[in-house]
Design a protein around this ligand. Structure first.
Ligand SMILES: [Zn+2]
Length: 451
C-alpha cells in the first residue's frame, strides 16, 4: 500500500491523502484549503494526479476543509463514488452548495473591485456544480464496513467531532492503516466520545490541539452570567457561532438555562439559514448524539428561527433584551455582520464569540480588545462587552489525542501526524514517542510513503 499526503500537511486545512493498493486509488477526504491567501491559492494548483484516475473518495466528515474540494475534483474528471456516513452526507447536502455559493460571491466581488489577476475572476466551483457532486455520494446507512475490492476493506468508527464524523480504517491482507479524521473530545457536551479502531499497523492522525490542554470551565455558568447581566442593563446578547454543531450546542445550553429559570425569560433567535438547516439535521439524527428527541423539540419550542432577509433586518430594529445566535463564528461573513454593525456600538449589549478565532478575522480583533472594526467599508466603534467562550471546542486536546491513540492495541508500528500547525504537530510527536515509544513522522505536502 502507498500513501501520498496531498493536504493538511503542517496546516489544518485541505485534508487529502491518496491511498494506492494493487491497481486501485482512493482518496481519504477531499478538503478545501481555507484561511490565509497563500493557502487558498493551493486550491488552484494543478492536482498532482488525474482526478479521473481516482476510483473512490472516502470522507471522514462534512467540514469544508475535509469535503469542500470534491466539486472541484468532479469538475476535473472525478466520477467515482463518494462513501461516508449518512450524517456526513446530510450535512454535505447543505455545506457543499453553500461553499459553491460563497465561491461565486467571492468571484463577483473580485470582479467588481478589479483585484483579481485573472479576468474575469472565476469561482473554484459554482453552487450548481456543488449540487451536481452530491449525486456521487453513496452514504453507508447503518453499515460501517465497505469492500473496496476483493482484498481491500474500509471501516468507519465514530470520531466524536461533529455529526457523522468518523475515523476510517483500511485493511488489506498485507497491512492496515487508520486515518483519525478530526477527533472530538471525551467530555463533549453533545457528541459521544471517539471510538478507537482495533489494531492498525499504521495510524495517520490529526494534531490540531497537539500542544494544548483544554481548560475545564463551565460554559453554562459563564453564559448564564453574561445573559443575566446584559438583560438587566437592557441589552442584547449577540453570539456569532459556527453553523454546524456549535449553534445547536449553544441553543441546547441556553434552552436549559431558560427552562430552569437561571436566565431571564427573553426571546432567543437563531438567525442563519445554514444553522437552521443544520439544526434540523441534528434533530433528525438525534440517536447519533447526546441531545435526545425531546431536547431537540425543546430547542424548537424556545427558539425563533429567522428565515427571511426581511425578518433578519427586522431583528436589528428591536430594542428589548434578547439572545441572538448567528453565523459566521468568526464574524468573517454571514448575517451576523449586519447585527454587529448595529449592536457593537451600544455599551448595553454583549457579543460572545463561541470558539477559536483565526488570526486576521474580525472576531480575533474584537476578542483582543479592538475599539473599532471595519465592516462593509465602514469603521464601527466597539462599545459592547466582548467575551470569548473557549470551552466549546469540538476537537480533542493533547490528552484526548493521546488517549485515542493509546486505545489502538497492540500499538501501531508507526504514526504519521498531519492536520496541525508545525508546533502542535511537533509537540504531539514528542509526546507519542516518549510515552508510547512509537516512531512518529510529521508529514510534508506531497510526501509519498510505502507501507
Ligand atoms: Zn472538522
Amino acid at each position: 500500500m502507498k500513501l501520498q499526503f496531498l493536504g493538511a500537511c503542517q496546516t489544518v486545512t485541505g485534508s487529502k491523502t491518496l491511498v494506492s493498493y494493487q491497481n486501485k486509488r482512493i482518496l481519504i477526504d477531499a478538503g478545501m484549503f481555507q484561511g490565509q491567501k497563500e493557502l487558498r491559492l493551493q486550491n488552484w494548483q494543478p492536482f498532482p494526479i488525474d482526478p479521473a484516475s481516482i476510483d473512490a473518495i472516502l470522507l471522514t466528515h462534512a467540514h469544508i476543509d475535509h469535503s469542500g474540494f470534491l466539486p472541484a475534483l468532479m469538475k476535473q474528471g472525478f466520477h467515482g463514488p463518494v462513501y461516508c456516513t449518512s450524517g456526513t452526507k446530510a450535512l454535505c447536502d447543505v455545506l457543499l452548495p453553500d461553499a459553491g455559493f460563497l465561491q461565486e460571491e467571492d468571484a463577483r466581488y473580485a470582479n467588481k473591485k478589479g483585484f483579481s489577476k485573472h479576468s474575469p475572476a472565476l469561482p473554484l466551483f459554482t453552487e450548481k456544480e456543488a449540487r451536481r457532486s452530491l449525486s456521487l455520494f453513496e452514504p453507508l446507512g447503518s453499515e460501517t464496513q465497505l469492500s473496496l475490492n476483493r482484498d481491500w476493506r474500509a471501516e468507519f468508527f465514530p470520531s466524536g467531532h461533529i455529526l457523522g464524523a468518523s475515523s476510517i480504517r483500511l485493511e488489506t491482507p498485507e497491512t492496515s492503516v487508520c486515518f483519525s479524521g478530526d477527533l472530538g473530545r471525551y467530555d463533549d457536551l453533545m457528541m459521544y466520545p471517539p471510538i478507537s479502531p482495533p489494531h492498525s499497523d499504521y495510524v495517520v492522525m490529526e494534531s490540531t490541539y497537539g500542544d494544548e490542554q483544554h481548560l475545564k470551565v463551565n460554559a453554562d455558568e459563564i453564559l448564564a452570567k453574561i445573559i443575566t447581566d446584559t438583560v438587566q442593563r437592557g441589552g442584547i446578547v449577540l453570539i456569532p457561532s459556527f453553523a454546524v454543531g456549535r449553534a445547536q450546542l449553544l441553543l441546547h445550553i441556553i434552552t436549559k438555562l431558560k427552562e430552569s429559570h437561571r436566565i431571564p425569560q427573553v426571546p432567543i433567535f437563531l438567525n442563519s439559514p445554514m444553522a437552521i438547516k443544520a439544526t434540523e439535521i441534528y434533530s433528525h439524527f438525534h440517536r447519533q448524539h447526546k441531545l435526545s428527541k425531546e431536547d431537540c423539540e425543546r430547542i424548537d419550542r424556545n427558539t425563533t428561527y429567522v428565515k427571511t432577509m426581511e425578518e433578519s433586518i427586522e431583528l436589528n430594529n428591536r430594542t428589548y433584551p434578547s439572545v441572538i445566535v448567528s453565523a459566521s463564528g468568526m464574524a468573517s461573513g454571514g448575517r451576523v455582520l449586519h447585527h454587529l454593525k448595529t449592536m457593537a456600538k451600544n455599551y448595553r449589549n454583549s457579543i460572545v464569540f463561541s470558539g477559536f478565532q483565526a488570526p486576521g478575522t474580525r472576531g480575533d480583533a474584537m476578542v483582543n480588545g479592538a475599539t473599532q472594526i471595519k465592516m462593509h467599508g465602514q469603521y464601527i466603534p466597539v462599545k459592547a462587552e466582548v467575551h470569548q467562550l473557549t470551552s466549546l471546542s469540538a476537537h480533542a486536546d493533547q490528552a484526548g489525542l493521546l488517549n485515542w491513540l493509546s486505545k489502538i492495541q497492540p500499538s501501531p508500528k508507526k504514526v504519521f501526524i498531519n492536520h496541525g500547525e508545525p508546533l502542535a504537530s511537533d509537540i504531539l510527536k514528542t509526546q507519542i514517542e516518549e510515552r508510547f515509544s512509537i516512531p512518529v513522522e510529521c508529514v510534508q505536502s506531497g510526501q509519498k510513503v510505502v507501507l
